[in-house]
Every structure is written in C-alpha cells, then in structure tokens.
Design a protein around this ligand. Structure first.
Ligand SMILES: NC(=O)c1ccc[n+]([C@@H]2O[C@H](COP(=O)([O-])OP(=O)(O)OC[C@H]3O[C@@H](n4cnc5c(N)ncnc54)[C@H](O)[C@@H]3O)[C@@H](O)[C@H]2O)c1
Length: 425
C-alpha cells in the first residue's frame, strides 16, 4: 500500500508571465508547504516538476526569487521546450502563454496523455477546440479552462439569484474591462502585434454571460479603435466594443455589450476597471469590482506604484492574524479547484472507479473545455470581424447556426458568406 507521501500530482507549467506570478505561483508555493488534502483523496503532494518558457529567463528569475519556497524543478526553453517538459514526467500541465499560442502547447500536452489546464481564452477557433476535445477524449485525460471571474463572489451571488429565480429573464446588459497602458506597452510588448484586448479580457465576460444565463448565441458584431499601441491602420487594437445577441428557450432575446481597452492611463486608481450591469424582467444587477470598498492613499506611491482601489477578492497578499504571510483570492482558488478535481479523479477511490469519477468531473461545465464552445465561437467571430476591419472591411456581422453554417461572417453590401466554421456550434 502506498504511504500518503507517495501520492503526487506533478505539475508542468508552460509560460511564466504575469498570470503565473499572480495565481499559479502562490498556489504552487502554498501546496509545496501544505500539500493538498481532502478526506476524499487524502494527502497529496503537488510538486512543480518542470517548466517550458520561450527563453528560460523568467524561469531563472523565478527560481532565484522563490528560493526555498518551491522545490527543485527542471526548466526548458526553445522550440522543443514543451516536449522536454513532458518527457521530464508531469501529471498535469498548465498553459499560460499568450492567447494565440495556447493551442500548440495544449495539443502536445494532451497527445502525451497529460491532464491540461489552459488559461482563458482556451483557443481562438472552434476547429482547434474540436481537436483538443477529441484528443482529451481519446487519451482519457482532463482538459479544463481557467475563467476565474466565475469564482468572483459577486458573480457567484448573481448566478445564484438567477438560478433560484429571484432575478428573472435577462434582457440586456453591459460589461467593461479597462486595463492600464503598461499592459499593452510593457507587459505584453513581445506578443501584442496583431492582438486585441477583446480576445484577452472581454472573454471573461463572454464566459460569465454564457455560463450564468445559458441560452443560444445568435449574433456577434464588433468595433474598435487603433493608433496608440500600433498604427491606426494596422492589425493591433487599443480598444474594442463587441455585442452578442442570445436567444433563450422561450424565443426571447438578450443583447450584451462588452467594452475593453488596454490603453487606460497608468495613473488610473485601480489595476483594472471592471464593471457589469445586467437588466432582468424584474431587476437590475450592478457590479463594480474596483469599488468594493477600499480607497488606499500612500504618499508618493498611489496610484501608480500602488493602486488606490484594490481588488483583494481576486488576489491579496496579507499578514494573517496568526502571523503567517499568505496570498489568496479567487484567482488562486480556481487553480486549486482544478488540482482538487484532478486529485479526486486519480486518488478519490479505487482504480475501477476512476472512469465514473472522471465522468463526474468532466460534467463540470464551468471549466470543461468541451463546454467552451459558445465562448470560443464569440472569440473566433470577434477575431474575424477585427481582421476584416483592419483590412478596410468594417461592420461585418457573424451569425451562429444559421442557414450557411455554424459560424458565418457577412460583409455589408456583399452576398458572399464567409464560413468560419461549418458544423453546428
Ligand atoms: N485568468 C486571467 O484573468 C488572466 C489574466 C492575465 C492573463 N491571462 C492569460 O494568461 C496567458 C498569459 O498571459 P500573461 O499575462 O501571463 O502574459 P505574459 O506576456 O506576462 O507571459 C507570457 C509567458 O509565456 C511565455 N511564452 C511565450 N511564448 C511561449 C511559447 N511559445 N512557449 C512557451 N512559453 C511561451 C513568455 O516567455 C512568458 O513567460 C494569456 O492567455 C492570458 O489571456 C489570464
């Protein structure tokens, strides 16, 4: 019989940028000290075993900074880094590379029979989603996506009120998510060309809307602005505004506008401006993630080096009342939750019961890759509409599951339908 210390889930990490620092790192460091425990699966070690990055420099920097807060791990860089990370032996691997590089790494991970956790947006095209879902099915491994805003306590409360019928029938709404210039100008400068803030962050709200209200995605339109991050006639976007129309089982519709930017001034009082308003038949939900209560002023530091309105629900470093340093929040909870689901599948009972446990965890739509279809469809539509706009073809419309196919783009004034994805979405 194996002793508890022999139970382990070895972690691999692809990409060690901002989101690694904010969420994966605190999870891995806490688990390094405390392990992962639940009565259902016992005491599990989750060692960071191997990492794959573009140049290796972030891994080196992390190793130095973390010191004894993390165990020894192998670091690989270059074009075959993911293959080497997998060869080092990992039970699950997380993909946190730029959004247009998720697919490549994710595919290699699944093909190696390794469980996958992938950052939002999972992939940029339904064709890629289909391929990953097929491999995960064939290899019988988990393929999950991180949408941490579904775990925001405010969003959970709203969804509960919807599920309980207190808030009835969504009609329309808006969301905005505005990031500072340093994100587009410094943090993402290596991969920003040709990218847009909608795919990167509107996707949080696409998922929130899709997961909270259900329904069938029908139409996507989008506009945007250029000229700050890149040339005003180039493919790189400063801000985007997209609209999605959904239809519900009773035939009634709802429309949602999602505005995003990554050129908000750096001296803005919060890290990220996040706001939602949803209007129902019998109510209105107004949420503001930045104005939940804190206004911090520190001479010479706020609002640039430190921020004035902080989202401690997402991620907060604290000195606990009992003297320990901690870092917690829903951004970290969502990673831990995945590890717990995987631990339950692998160690939550005997081998004969694995298939049933696996099926149970696969049914969790909030993070299941196969359940990400409408979100990926909206992202694919947004990307196509922006690409056409950058090519002097503005104001295109994408319709879902219409007469011409699953995801089809129409240009104003043209009878030609461009099929982005033929099967039903
Ligand atoms: N959950 C969230 O709210 C949230 C927040 C921020 C970012 N993200 C997502 O995380 C992903 C990464 O974002 P970030 O903010 O950490 O970006 P970042 O630019 O800070 O870091 C990207 C990292 O990926 C590495 N990388 C780039 N190409 C690679 C490749 N081909 N192989 C291996 N490594 C490669 C880079 O070296 C870097 O370490 C994006 O998909 C983004 O959408 C999620």
């Amino acid at each position: 019989m194996s002793t508890p210390t022999h139970k382990q889930l070895r972690a691999g990490m692809v990409g060690m940028g901002m989101i690694f620092d904010e969420t994966y790192r605190p999870f891995l460091e806490r688990t390094h000290v405390e392990g992962l425990y639940d009565r259902k699966f016992g005491d599990i070690d989750v060692p960071l075993t191997a990492v794959a990055t573009r140049t290796g420099s972030r891994a080196d920097k992390y190793r130095k900074e973390a010191g004894s807060n993390i165990g020894p791990f192998a670091s690989y860089s270059g074009t075959d880094a993911v293959a080497k990370m997998l060869a080092a032996g990992v039970d699950f691997a997380c993909v946190a590379t730029p959004d247009d590089r998720h697919f490549e790494g994710a595919k290699q991970i699944l093909e190696a029979g390794v469980n996958l956790l992938i950052e939002k947006p999972s992939v940029l095209r339904l064709q890629e989603l289909d391929e990953l879902v097929e491999i995960a099915h064939r290899k019988s491994v988990l393929a999950k996506v991180v949408y941490h805003k579904l775990l925001d306590p405010d969003h959970k409360r709203m969804r509960t009120l919807v599920a309980d019928g207190v808030l009835q029938h969504i009609n329309n709404g808006y969301c905005s998510l505005l990031e500072p210039k340093l994100i587009s100008g410094a943090q993402f400068s290596e991969w920003i060309t040709g990218r847009n803030p909608g795919t990167y962050v509107a996707v949080h709200y696409i998922k929130l809307i899709d997961f909270s209200f259900g329904g069938r995605l029908k139409t996507i339109t989008a506009t945007g602005q250029r000229g700050i991050v890149g040339p005003q006639d180039g493919p790189t976007w400063d801000s985007t505004q997209m609209r999605m129309v959904y239809e519900y089982a009773d035939g009634r519709e709802a429309a949602f506008d999602i505005h995003t930017s990554w050129v908000t001034p750096d001296n803005f009082p919060g890290y990220v401006e996040q706001e939602v308003q949803f209007r129902f038949d019998n109510g209105v939900w107004n949420g503001h993630s930045r104005k939940r209560g804190i206004e911090l002023t520190v001479e010479g530091k706020t609002p640039v080096e430190m921020k004035t309105t902080i989202n401690t629900h997402y991620n907060g470093k604290s000195l606990e009342p009992w003297g320990q340093r901690s870092q917690r929040g829903y951004g970290i909870e969502v990673i831990e939750r995945f590890a717990r689901e995987l631990a339950y599948v692998e160690f939550g009972g005997d081998v004969a019961g694995r298939a049933a446990r696996f099926a149970e965890v696969q049914k969790l739509a909030y993070n299941e890759l196969a359940a990400d279809r409408q979100t990926v469809a909206a992202v694919q539509a947004l990307e196509a509409i922006l690409a056409h706009a950058a090519n002097d073809e503005p104001d295109c419309v994408v319709r879902v599951n219409g007469v011409d196919g699953g995801l089809v783009l129409y240009r104003p004034g043209s009878s030609h339908a461009e099929v982005l994805y033929l099967p039903k979405v």
